[in-house]
Each structure stands twice: as C-alpha cells, then as structure tokens.
Design a protein around this ligand. Structure first.
Ligand code: SF4
Length: 359
C-alpha cells in the first residue's frame, strides 16, 4: 500500500511542512465508526488529487483499535518516522484524574481527557513513549461521548480539564477540529475550565476560534537549544511566542508553561536568553498573561524505564535522576536552583498568585 500523505500544516509554513508532518503509512478504521461523520471528515482530509482526479482512500478496516495499537513487540522509534493513523471509538475512560506529576494550578477537580493518543511531534523526553506500546496515532472520533461525560460531571461540581496531554491537539486541528469543539463547549458551560497545552506556532488557527474565559491556551516555552535538540518537529521558540502574543492580542487567555525545564550545559545562560525573548515579545508586560507555571523535568519511574529502551542514547533521559517516591526528578539542589532561577527572573513581572510551581 502506498503512503498516504498527511498535509498537515503544523506551523503554517509550507517550506517546513515536510519536516513537520510525517506521512501516515496506513489508515486503519474501526468498522463500528466507519459511518461516523467525523470519520468521513477525517478521511476526506486525506483524499488528495493527482492529475486532476481525486484519489481513492486507502483504508484498512479493523474490529478494535487495540488489534493494531497493542500488538506485541512494536518498534516505536521506527513507527514515529511514519506512524499509522487509527480512527476508533472511545468506549470507556472518558475522564481521568490528574496525575500527581502534573501541575494542578490549585484546581480542586483536576481531570484530563485523551481524545487522541500519541502526537505528531516527537519530543525526546515525552512520557507517551513509556505509556503506550505503539508509536501509531489514534483519534477517537466520538468526541460527543466525552463531552457528555464532562457534562455529567459538571452536574456534580466544577471541572478543570486538560484536553491536550496525550497529544498536541493544536497540531492536529486541521484533521480533527477538536480544539474548536472544546472551545465551543467551554463557552457554553460556566463551571468548566479547559486547558489546551501546545508547542504549536499556528497563528492561522485563531481565526476559527472565539475567545472565552473558560478556555486557556497554554504554551510550553523552552530555550531554542532545547527545541532544536529535543523537541523534534515542534514550532521554534520564536513561532510559539508569536502565536501566543497573537492569541493574547485577540483576547484568548494565554498561559506560559516553563515546564519541563530541561538541564543542558549552560542552562542558566540559555534560560536567561529565553526569558529575555519572552519579555521582549510580550512588550515587558507579562501581567496580561492568565498565569505561568514553572517545573523541572520529572517522570514516573515506570515510564522512564521504558523510554530509556526507546531512546537509548538520550542525554536528557540518561541523566542520573533521583527517585523520590516513584518519580524521577533532578537532584533537589539542582531542581531548586533551576526553578528558583526562573522564579527570581519573573517575580517582578507577575503577581505571586499568577506563578505556579509543580508540587
Ligand atoms: S508535544 Fe507533548 S505530547 Fe507531543 S511529543 Fe512533545 S511532549 Fe509529547
């Protein structure tokens, strides 16, 4: 079967599209959702024209996504070069309680949801490599069932929901349209607060969205050296900041996440330069941000063990971390020094209640 080209404009820059968008090797579709309107829409996205004629879609029908996604002995590194796309139905686990290694922003009812598994980006340190048995990408097309589950929960209490943890939804927006749907949901429900985390630089997306105070766009911000070396296929620091400032200008609530901070040689100088750029981009007025978070890299012991098998030569992952109650993190002194450095540099720009730390 020939490769199906996913023309995903991740950065909005045509010349970088090839680098950014791995072609999907195959498209698998669960029989049960083959007639779902979102399946149809997504498959249409991959219909391409050649010599003026629309090409037939090459799809493989399957019974359950796990038949492909959970096969034994998959080569995740290889799959990440050209993953398969799997369209499936989410049948359970619509909401998960927030993990202790994640920043909860002091929210009492902290949940996350996973409408897509795996990511178009390829961060060397990404925990997904330790969590999933496959590098293939699964899109659960029945978003309406997750929305319903959130609605049920909202009848009991308010909800703080992270929708872009196990993927980068903004990078997939051309294919799924999920960010728009979540944004509309947030606009229609008073007691929900949604966070959409991204390393994307797509300024064109804002046109399709309406700002509302319940939908926060959270940009992970890293020094250019970290982006280049470890956050493969993601937008550059410059592009992420341009995207964030544009969002702010249009009235979207914007959060900056200096998380995960990655230890690199000359980290202080590199993170200092990054902050100079951030402040310059925001015209030295960070107070207009929704808030910021600061956190150094940490990961559960089980995931790290598995990721090290995938990323054997990774300098980030082979750091001699300390294991604190099942979570690997930088040694206490280094962790405090790194996070303290950013705090010191930022505390004059934002009130203390807008600066959050992991733990
Ligand atoms: S952007 Fe996030 S989800 Fe995607 S590979 Fe990087 S860390 Fe993983």
């Amino acid at each position: 079967m020939g490769k199906i080209k996913a023309e995903v404009i991740v950065k909005g820059k045509v010349d970088r599209m090839q680098k950014m968008s791995p072609p999907f090797s195959h498209i698998y579709v669960e029989k049960e959702i083959i007639a779902h309107p979102r399946t149809e829409k997504i498959l249409d996205f991959f219909c391409h024209e050649e010599e003026g004629r629309k090409q037939e879609r090459h799809i493989i029908e399957i019974t359950h996504y796990k038949d492909v996604f959970c096969r034994k002995r998959q080569d995740i590194s290889l799959q990440k070069q050209a993953p398969a796309l799997i369209l499936a139905k989410k049948r359970d686990h619509f909401l998960y309680s927030g993990s202790p290694v994640c920043q909860n922003f002091d929210e009492k009812h902290f949940y996350y949801t996973s409408c897509v598994m795996n990511c178009l980006y390829d961060c060397e340190y990404c925990y997904l490599q330790g969590m999933y048995p496959s590098g293939n990408l699964v899109i659960f097309v029945n978003l309406e069932d997750t929305l319903l589950a959130v609605e049920q929960m909202l009848k009991k209490h308010e909800v703080y929901l992270c929708i872009s943890y196990d993927t980068d939804l903004m990078a997939l927006e051309n294919i799924t349209g999920f960010v728009k749907e979540w944004s509309e949901f947030a606009g229609n429900h008073k007691n929900v607060k949604i966070e959409c985390r991204t390393k994307c630089g797509r300024r064109d997306l804002w046109k399709a969205l309406s700002p509302n105070e319940n939908m926060i766009f959270a940009f992970t911000i890293s020094p250019e050296e970290v982006v280049e070396k470890f956050e493969h296929r993601t937008a550059s620091l410059e592009d992420r900041l341009s995207c964030a400032t544009e969002a702010l200008r249009l009235g979207f609530p914007v959060r900056l996440c200096f998380d995960p901070m990655i230890y690199i040689p000359d980290w202080k100088e590199k993170y200092g330069k990054m902050l100079d750029k951030v402040k310059e981009k925001f015209s030295y007025s960070l107070d207009c941000l929704y808030d910021i978070s600061i956190g150094s890299f940490r990961i559960s012991q089980d995931y790290l063990k598995k990721i090290r098998r995938v990323q054997k030569n990774s300098a980030v992952l082979n750091f001699p971390f300390e294991n604190v109650s099942g979570v690997y993190q930088y040694p206490q002194k280094l962790m405090e020094e790194m996070e303290g450095f950013l705090k010191e540099q930022l505390e004059n720009d934002l009130p203390a209640e807008k600066i959050f730390f992991w733990k």
